[in-house]
Every structure is written in C-alpha cells, then in structure tokens.
Design a protein around this ligand. Structure first.
Ligand code: APR
Length: 273
C-alpha cells in the first residue's frame, strides 16, 4: 500500500474518529450491474423509446406509468440476479469494526449492501430501493415490498393485467410507484435520510468515497461538508471525478485509482490490523 495512504489510515485509526462511506454504482459494477454513465450505463443505453433519464421522472410516470414500471421491474430483475462482491463484504466488516462510528450513505437502489449484511440502521439509501414501492397518491408514508408474485422481467417483457392488479397501494388501491428518487423530485428525510446524511457528514473524520461520478447533489454536499470540517477523503475510482478533486484539495486526501472489489478489502485489512 502507498505510504501516503498508510499515513492517512494510521492518522484515522489514532484519531478514534467517525468513518462515513459514500457509494455509487461503481461498487456494484463487479457484481454485473451496469453503472449509469459508463459505456453500457443505464443513462448511456437506456430504454428503447425514450431518452434514458426521462424514464426516471415522476412526469414520465404520470404519462406512461406501466412503461416506467416495466423498466424498473427489468432493472429489479438485474439486481436480484446479481450477488454482492468483495467490495460490499469489506464494508460489512468495516461496520462490524467501527459500529456506531460507521455510516454508509449509498446512492445505489440495488439493495446489495443490505444483502451483503450492512444494517438498515447505519445504511442510508438516499435514492431509495428498487425492491420497494409506495402509494403514488401518498395516502401514507409507508413503503411496501414489490409483490414477490411478480415474476422476473427481461427488457422486452410487457406487464400483464394480473401484474398491474398487484402494483397497487395496499391501503387505498391507487397505483403504486417504485420507491426510488427521480430526477424531478427532491431529497427528504422520511424517504431518503437527507437530514441524517448532512448531520453525519458534519461528524465525519474519514470519508471513503467508492465508485461514484459525483453527478448528484446530496453526495457532493456530503463531500464539501467533510472538506470544510478538515476531514480526510479517500476516493476509490478507476476514473478521475469531482471527489478525486476534493481528495487532492484536503490535507489528508488520496485518490486510489482502481477497482473497489480489490481495494476495499486491502484498506479493511489495514484498518483492522
Ligand atoms: N470500482 C470503483 N469504481 C468504479 C468501478 C469499480 N469496479 N467501475 C466503475 N466505477 C466508477 C466509474 O468510473 C464512475 O465514476 O463508478 C462511477 C459510476 O458513476 P455513474 O455511472 O455516474 O453512477 P453514480 O455516480 O452512482 O450515479 C449517481 O445518478 O443517475 C443517478 O440515481 C442515479 O444513483 C445514481 C446517481
């Protein structure tokens, strides 16, 4: 391991401070889930008819709810067929080492962190979870699992009348919607742990950023708050991105250019030694 990185990790170990991990689609790439802006990314390839990011809007959901559901059920199937990788498992070890000093803020809706073993208590899914749905009329704040009776869907499947009857709010019977944050919607605390993420950022001594291109708002706010606090930032990404820039600006910063599946176990081994 590079001595500068070792120095940062030693500093953190001695500080007995708080560690926050911020993840993006890159950590799940080695599990076979496409990223968003990579060569085969969802926003690069997208759906047959529409500009990719249009599908991820409440506007499109109102216009064509079953096309949007179709696309999310297809992505849910891709996530269900994937398995957590060594990067996910390393973060479970990290939570077990640092417990209440640990927090995981993930942009991923794939649910792989929870499947690997991170706790719901310390895992903030700030863009939602594709395995859940809620009432599109918001008759309650409750979040429900997508009915398991709905079979796996591939890219060309069409939702059947029977499946449409299952995609409803268990309380009021209105159409349900995927529990994900869409581009024309805002972060909040009740669904996406916005305030909790900001609070954690202000208490963070070491921020580990993994596999994100820094294209969304709250993650960038988290990074800026850690910079302002003088905390350390380690960015793990094969590509340069706004967080590697932040890491270069702080005293204790490091951009580890490579894959999270290899690098995270190495860092955890060093921290637990
Ligand atoms: N290990 C680490 N990083 C990787 C790996 C890997 N094996 N493979 C790819 N990456 C990096 C890429 O270099 C890229 O910087 O992961 C990043 C993925 O970036 P995006 O595809 O933009 O995904 P993400 O940053 O998670 O997108 C953020 O945008 O579209 C919205 O809601 C969506 O949650 C998503 C958010």
């Amino acid at each position: 391991m590079d001595s500068r990185l070792e120095d940062i990790l030693k500093w953190f170990k001695d500080s007995r401070g708080n560690i926050t991990v911020l993840t993006g689609a890159g950590i799940s790439a080695e599990s076979g889930i496409p990223t968003f802006r990579g060569k085969d990314g969802y926003w690069t390839v997208g759906s047959k008819e529409y500009h990719p990011q249009e599908m991820a809007t409440f506007r499109m959901f109102k216009l064509r709810p079953y096309d949007v559901w179709q696309w999310y059920l297809y992505r849910k199937t891709v996530c269900a067929r994937a398995k957590p990788n060594s990067g996910h498992f390393a973060l479970v070890e990290l939570e077990n080492i640092f417990m209440e000093r640990f927090c995981l803020i993930t942009q991923n809706v794939d649910g792989l962190h929870l499947r690997a073993g991170n706790t719901t208590e310390r895992t903030y899914q700030i863009h939602g979870n594709i395995n859940f749905m809620r009432c599109s009329r918001e008759c309650s704040d409750e979040i429900f699992p997508v009915p398991p009776e709905i079979p796996p869907q591939d890219k060309t499947s069409r939702i059947s009348e029977e499946e449409k009857r299952l995609l409803v709010c268990p309380h009021c019977g209105a159409l349900s919607r995927p529990h994900v944050l869409w581009f024309d919607e805002c972060y909040n605390e009740k669904y996406f742990r916005f305030d909790s993420s900001i609070r954690k950022a202000k208490e963070t001594d070491l921020l580990l950023v993994v596999g994100t291109s820094g294209a969304t708002n709250l993650p960038m706010q988290v990074g800026s708050l850690v910079v302002r606090k003088g905390g350390a930032i380690i960015d793990i990404n094969p590509e340069i991105n706004p967080f590697s820039g932040m890491a270069e600006r702080v005293k204790n910063g490091y951009h580890y250019q490579g894959s999270s599946g290899e690098i995270l176990p190495e860092i955890v081994d060093f921290l637990k030694a």
